[in-house]
Design a protein around this ligand. Structure first.
Ligand code: NAI
Length: 308
């Protein structure tokens, strides 16, 4: 099984590193536009095989899409990341052109491919990939909610002094500082509602810290983060390749679900060898429904920029 990763930068390379360490695919192709960049990163990673004991092969290429032929899954991380003070939405112009041409090249050589979009603004890039590729909706997945949910669990685990692995918590809606919705009322710690342990002020603080989680890291590091984004992307890819059927929040095409249509937004889905297989319905209360609709409005405004 072959997995292609487009963009050998921080997130793309970290995704590849997570995948090879776990032998998720026999072959990984890392592709970048920068001459020699993906080749170098791939060789560096391949040289860890003797130390870490994995069998996966990784190959780096410069813009050579023929090498990606026959890929089961591709991850698109190509584009520019945000700098301190920038929103994900400000990346739209540059990244839209990149994502569109990358999708076209991938589909040409692997018509049955499943594409995982990471490039920001992610929900809009996922919508663009779906519309421009003509692929069935289940084969286009936007990765954002998986990362945001991991960050939400981190904030909860810090406050509760609990293991993140014991927490069930998801973030739905758009993948933006103001559009994501951490569902605190639905979150549990080993089946017990976390709200039983937290004051309303503490709940508000956790939700806020989750929403600005990416921006906080960007201001600390000077560019956007990559460890958690790479691990989250690899988890989604692994669920496809190994047909695990895990539940993730991912940006998928809605046709009436959650009261929205003709838009890609983060909702809970089952991910397996078909791509995203089905949406898992959740009962939102009026407050969360309103937040979801506002989030959709903001993402739709961004999608409309593509049409200008
Ligand atoms: P980076 O700058 O480290 O890597 C991007 C790579 O894409 C560079 O190596 C660049 O040469 C390459 N590239 C640019 N145009 C290309 C093209 N046409 N074909 C192939 N390669 C091309 O950036 P980083 O930090 O890896 O972030 C990548 C993207 O992912 C950004 O848009 C960022 O905002 C987004 N991101 C999304 C997250 C999510 O949860 N959805 C989380 C973190 C980052």
């Amino acid at each position: 099984m072959k997995v292609t990763i487009v963009g050998a930068g921080a997130v793309g390379a970290t995704t590849a590193d997570n995948l090879i360490r776990r032998n998720v695919a026999e072959e990984i192709v890392l592709l970048d536009i920068k001459e020699g960049f993906a080749e170098g990163k791939a060789q560096d990673m391949a040289q860890t095989a003797a130390l870490l004991g994995f069998e996966s092969k990784i190959k780096g290429v410069t813009n050579d899409y023929l090498s990606t032929a026959g890929s089961t899954v591709a991850v698109i991380t190509s584009g520019i990341p945000r700098k301190p003070g920038m929103t994900r939405e400000e990346l739209i112009g540059t990244n839209a052109n990149i994502v569109k041409s990358v999708v076209e090249n991938l589909v040409k050589h692997s018509p049955d491919i499943i594409i995982v979009i990471v490039s920001n603004p992610m929900d809009t890039m996922t919508y663009l990939a779906l519309k421009s590729s003509g692929l069935p909706k289940n084969r286009i997945i936007g990765m954002g909610g998986t990362l945001d949910s991991a960050r939400f669990k981190y904030q909860l685990s810090e406050k509760l002094n609990a293991s993140a692995a014991d927490l069930n918590a998801i973030v739905i809606g758009g993948h933006g500082d103001t559009t994501m919705i951490p569902l605190i009322k639905h979150s549990t710690w080993n089946s017990i509602p976390v709200t039983d342990f937290l004051t309303p002020e503490e709940q508000g603080e956790i939700v806020h810290k989750t929403m600005v989680g990416g921006a906080t890291l960007t201001s600390l590091i000077g560019t956007s983060a990559w460890y958690a984004p790479g691990a989250a992307t690899a988890a989604v890819v692994e669920s496809i390749v190994r047909d695990q059927g895990k539940l993730f929040t991912a940006s998928v095409y809605l046709e009436g679900e959650f009261g929205q249509e003709d838009i890609n937004l983060g909702v809970p889905v089952i991910i397996n060898k078909k791509g995203w297989d089905r949406i898992v319905p959740i009962q939102l209360d009026e407050e969360d429904k309103e937040k979801f609709n506002k989030s959709a409005e903001a993402v739709r405004t961004m999608n409309n920029v593509l049409k200008e």
